[in-house]
Design a protein around this ligand. Structure first.
Ligand code: NAP
Length: 359
């Protein structure tokens, strides 16, 4: 145990953190500390059975994070905008504060991200050179020159990772890698009307305010986030990535779906208002996601940032020039780092689509 590197994983019972925890558990040179609010949950118990140390922590409680981060050599951070958004107390509290529930959830995610950064800064000395691995998204407000200030669940992440960390904690910033995540390939489960709307003629129509051929990133989050973060941990620090198995337009997504299931399909670029009315019952959620799909059209999901991809990681020798002081790392870099990732086509072929096809 003592000679193992310790990675502390936030959100370890969820999609992203769970994938990261499971990947690092496969490497016996790491010890994994999995954080959760409820160590008695089935997901937390499963992690314990797989060999993780499960520790109770609350992102609203900075002190619990400081305790949980003690001795960390690496930290994986993820925050969840949609949990406060959908919690029953969101709307009354937002009304009391004179805020929309979308802005209220921004404030919660921002505060929790800030607590993570503050607690990580307290253990910066024990972190390895590339020891602060954070899940984030691009900043819509900045990327659009202030035109789109209400893609809250993007800006709440980017305002902390990297902006707050860069400004407040230069030493931590030097040890940080920012990992943007593409659209989860499973997002059709939350937005069934937008992904696969059954038409009167029996065909399936995909409908977003994004042009059909505008490339957007897609990731099999549960299978691949861990692979991606594990690969990033072998890179030099201070870079920003897009974790995605494919970067293709939604037109290509629906084409692949139709081809695999042998059903007729189409794509329709709809307006912002059409998506708000059509996507989900909850109007506020509709506005939040419709804003994102407009942003994904222009300037783009990544806000026009130059983000490294899985392919870049595999070809790392061309971008990562390091001194020879660490021979093993240098060999790894020269060989390229493994970064297995599922393409959208592979993922579509693996799914059971019967529930979608029968609707
Ligand atoms: N859906 C998409 O297409 C997409 C694309 C890109 C980015 N995202 C972003 O992905 C994020 C969600 O990631 P995910 O899918 O991995 O989330 P998830 O599966 O819902 O997991 C959330 C994790 O965070 C933990 N957590 C939540 N609130 C906490 C708190 N107050 N204190 C301590 N732990 C807390 C939960 O742990 P316990 O419950 O065990 O305490 C759980 O492990 C969102 O912010 C979303 O914007 C989504």
């Amino acid at each position: 145990m003592a000679d193992k590197k310790l990675i502390v994983v936030i959100g370890a019972t969820g999609n992203q953190g769970g994938s990261v925890a499971r990947r690092f558990l496969q490497d016996s040179s790491f010890a994994v500390r999995a954080l959760t609010r409820n160590p008695a949950s089935p997901a937390a118990k499963a992690l314990k059975e797989q060999g993780a140390e499960v520790v109770q922590a609350e992102l609203e409680d900075a002190e619990s994070l400081k305790t949980a981060f003690k001795g960390a050599n690496l930290i994986f951070s993820v925050t969840q905008y949609w949990e406060p958004f959908f919690r029953l107390d969101c709307r009354p509290k937002a009304t009391e504060l004179g805020l929309s529930c979308r802005k209220y959830a921004y404030d919660v995610e921002y505060r929790q991200g800030k607590n993570i950064a503050d607690a990580a800064a307290a253990v910066v000395d024990t972190l390895v050179e590339n020891g602060f691995l954070v899940s984030t998204l691009s900043h819509a407000g900045k990327a659009t020159g202030g035109k789109m200030t209400e893609v809250y669940h993007f800006d709440s992440k980017a305002d902390i990772f990297p902006h707050y960390v860069d400004e407040k904690y230069p030493e931590l910033s030097k040890k940080m890698s920012c990992i943007h995540t593409g659209y989860f390939m499973t997002s059709h489960q939350i937005l069934p009307n937008s992904y696969f709307k059954k038409q009167p003629d029996g065909s399936f129509q995909m409908r977003f305010p994004t042009r059909e051929d505008k490339p957007v990133p897609h990731i099999d989050i549960v299978a691949d986030m861990g692979n991606f973060v594990y690969a990033v941990s072998q890179m030099p620090p201070g870079k920003a990535y897009m974790a995605a198995g494919s970067t293709v337009g939604f037109g290509e997504y629906i084409r692949l779906f139709g081809e695999h299931n042998t059903v007729p399909v189409s794509y329709k670029q709809i307006t912002f208002d059409e998506m708000v009315n059509d996507a989900v019952e909850d109007e506020a959620a509709g506005i939040e996601v419709a804003n994102m799909y407009v942003y994904a059209d222009e300037p783009g999901y990544d806000g026009g940032m130059d983000l490294l991809t899985a392919e870049d990681i595999r070809k790392v020798s061309s971008i990562a020039l390091r001194s020879d002081e660490d021979a093993i790392l240098t060999c790894l870099l020269l060989a390229g780092v493994e970064c297995p990732i599922t393409t959208l086509e592979e993922w579509i072929k693996k799914q059971d689509w019967s529930a979608v096809l029968l609707k």
